[in-house]
Design a protein around this ligand. Structure first.
Ligand code: AMP
Ligand code: ZN
Length: 114
């Protein structure tokens, strides 16, 4: 598991690595996934380094809330049905590959095909 100094999402947040930035506020950054699985595939990343859902602490509540409000904001910007899917992988065996908590925002795809 990567630690905070070695974390690609912390580096993107700090502008040390490039990314297509979609939305940003003091609590979260939303970027385009580098390998999109749908026409719209964003990553909602809390700026606070939290490695995974299993490591959430009671004082992470504001960061978690900010993730869901960012999803709501992204949803409002969708045209059409405004349907979207949110996915959070917890742990390597569930497909987590970046150990900085993030929520996949997936839209404009027939979800039953996902
Ligand atoms: P997960 O497998 O749930 O940990 O999701 C990690 C996601 O991050 C994958 O969908 C990757 O395609 C994406 N990803 C990895 N590196 C980057 C990067 N530098 N910029 C944008 N997305 C990335
Ligand atoms: Zn990080």
């Amino acid at each position: 598991m990567k630690d905070i100094q070695d974390c690609i999402f912390c580096k993107i947040i700090a502008h040390e690595l490039p990314a297509k930035r979609i939305l940003e506020n003091p609590s979260v950054l939303v970027i385009e996934d580098i390998a999109p699985k749908a026409p719209i595939h964003y990553l909602i990343i809390p700026k606070k380094h939290i490695s995974m859902v299993a490591h959430l602490q009671p004082d992470d509540g504001a960061a978690v809330q900010a993730v869901f409000y960012a999803a709501q904001e992204l949803g409002k910007q969708l045209s059409g049905s405004q349907a979207y899917r949110l996915i959070i992988n917890n742990g390597k065996d569930a497909g987590q590959s970046v150990f900085h908590l993030h929520c996949h925002f997936i839209a404009n795809k027939i979800m039953s095909d996902f």
